[in-house]
Write a protein that binds this ligand. Structure first.
Ligand code: HGY
Ligand code: MN
Ligand code: MN
Ligand code: MN
Length: 415
């Protein structure tokens, strides 16, 4: 199938830039948190674009958005593609959005080329891939794949105490959460286009990455309770300083990851909330959120065990009360050979060099892999920078990713 595809790069870049204007922080920083005004406005904008492209749009009770291009055989499991549009505070404009608007452009390029899908092709916009608001990443794809039950969803509260239930209903998503989960064979295949969020493709001068596995993420919440008190009058031997205990734990997190024996182990204490957070008051309570990942699940689990032991040792020695909550400890995902094959063939047809590689970031594809044969396609991002306002992907790299995605979707929809 020698499809002559014309990617409308100019329009795509314009759409990415317009989408970036929906943000709670001024450009170039993007902040678009689940069900906030910018998120809802961005969703409305996308629905318009999807309808203009003649796609059938629906949303589920959690706000996952589906835009379907009906094929000859609508009764067959469709081919899915897509990503997310939410953005952590002070992020960039390409993380997730390239997979959503790039997926739309891939469909439009196929329509333009006169291609008719056999299996329907469905573009997904997943709710809350980022953990920012409710503390757990991939909320929408976890729920779709059954990795997060309706009961667990109903138990979620944000840092201001708003429940997911209240927040989603206020946003207009009122259906029963039991309707979100998709059956195993709902999709024949799923492909996610995403920026690499790392430096490898750029460093090696390779234009595309075909992702063979997605690293296994885990996240923990640690609450430390000391005594607090006046910074001038509580003598050092009498102190139970929660922040000093946290400092030892944070350095332990770093040391356990560095000492795991593999460069593939990473661990970060990205969230640290101090109470009362005043210069002349001994910290009485600290909340830490810790992110641990590795392509090898057993090595990741060993680091988590080391961290838990470390918390216990530090708090016993310092007489600090503590609680630890494991938010998630997910297995890695292996890409499906039939989807990898379609991606590799598409790279060949487009005469684009590619590299087989692992994704160290997690993505919605990590959970879609539980219900459908799944793989990912990476494009380079400048300096490997992501989750920062200076995140950047060039129009050429985006267009190349869209072209190969379109060819891959065409192959999979004919399979
Ligand atoms: O953290 C991640 O890996 C993803 O970008 N949310
Ligand atoms: Mn991200
Ligand atoms: Mn992402
Ligand atoms: Mn047909």
């Amino acid at each position: 199938m020698a499809l002559k595809l014309q990617v409308n790069t100019e329009r795509l870049v314009r759409e990415l830039e317009h989408l970036a204007s929906y943000s709670d922080t001024p450009p170039p920083a993007i902040t678009r948190i689940l069900f906030t005004k910018p998120d809802l406005e961005a969703r409305a904008y996308l629905k318009e674009l999807f309808q203009e492209a003649g796609l059938k749009v629906r949303e589920d009770p959690l706000g996952n958005l589906f835009a379907r291009w009906e094929g000859h055989a609508p009764e067959l499991p469709a081919v899915g593609t897509g990503s997310h549009i939410d953005a952590i505070p002070y992020a960039g404009m390409y993380d997730g959005t390239v997979g959503v608007l790039g997926g739309l452009e891939a469909i439009r390029a196929l329509q333009q080329a006169g291609f008719k899908p056999h299996r329907s092709i469905e573009l997904l916009v997943f709710t809350a891939e980022e953990p920012t608001r409710f503390g757990i990443g991939c909320l929408g794809s976890r729920a779709l794949s059954g990795a997060l039950s309706p009961e667990a969803l109903r138990a979620l509260k944000d840092s201001e105490g708003n429940s997911l239930e209240e927040v989603r209903q206020k946003a207009g998503y009122t259906g029963p959460l039991e309707e979100v989960r998709l059956p195993e064979n709902h999709y024949a295949a799923f492909v996610e286009l995403h920026i690499e969020q790392g430096p490898v493709l750029e460093q090696e001068g390779v234009p595309l990455g075909v992702v063979t596995a997605i690293a296994a993420p885990a996240s923990l919440r640690v609450v430390l309770e000391g005594e607090g008190g006046h910074a001038g009058t509580v003598l050092m031997p009498d102190r139970k300083d929660a922040l000093c205990a946290a400092a030892e734990i944070i350095l332990g997190v770093e040391a356990f990851a560095r000492g795991s024996g593999s460069i593939n182990t990473v661990a970060t204490t990205g969230f640290c909330e101090v109470h009362p957070n005043a210069i002349n008051s001994v910290p009485s309570r600290v909340r830490l959120e810790i992110d641990v990942r590795d392509v090898e699940q057993s090595r990741r689990d060993q680091v988590v065990r080391n961290i838990l032991q470390g918390v216990e040792q530090v708090c016993t020695r310092r007489n600090i009360r503590y609680s630890v909550e494991i938010i998630n400890m997910d297995p890695p995902a292996k890409s499906a050979s039939e989807v990898l094959r379609a991606l590799v063939e598409a790279c060949g047809e487009a005469s684009v060099r590619f590299k087989l590689m692992v994704s160290r970031a997690y993505h919605d594809a990590l959970f879609m892999a539980r219900i459908a044969p799944t793989a990912m396609l990476f494009i380079p991002c400048r300096g490997g920078i992501s989750h920062r306002p200076d995140e950047y992907a060039s129009p050429e790299d985006i267009a190349r990713g869209v072209q190969v995605l379109a060819l891959t979707l065409a192959k999979l929809s004919q399979a």
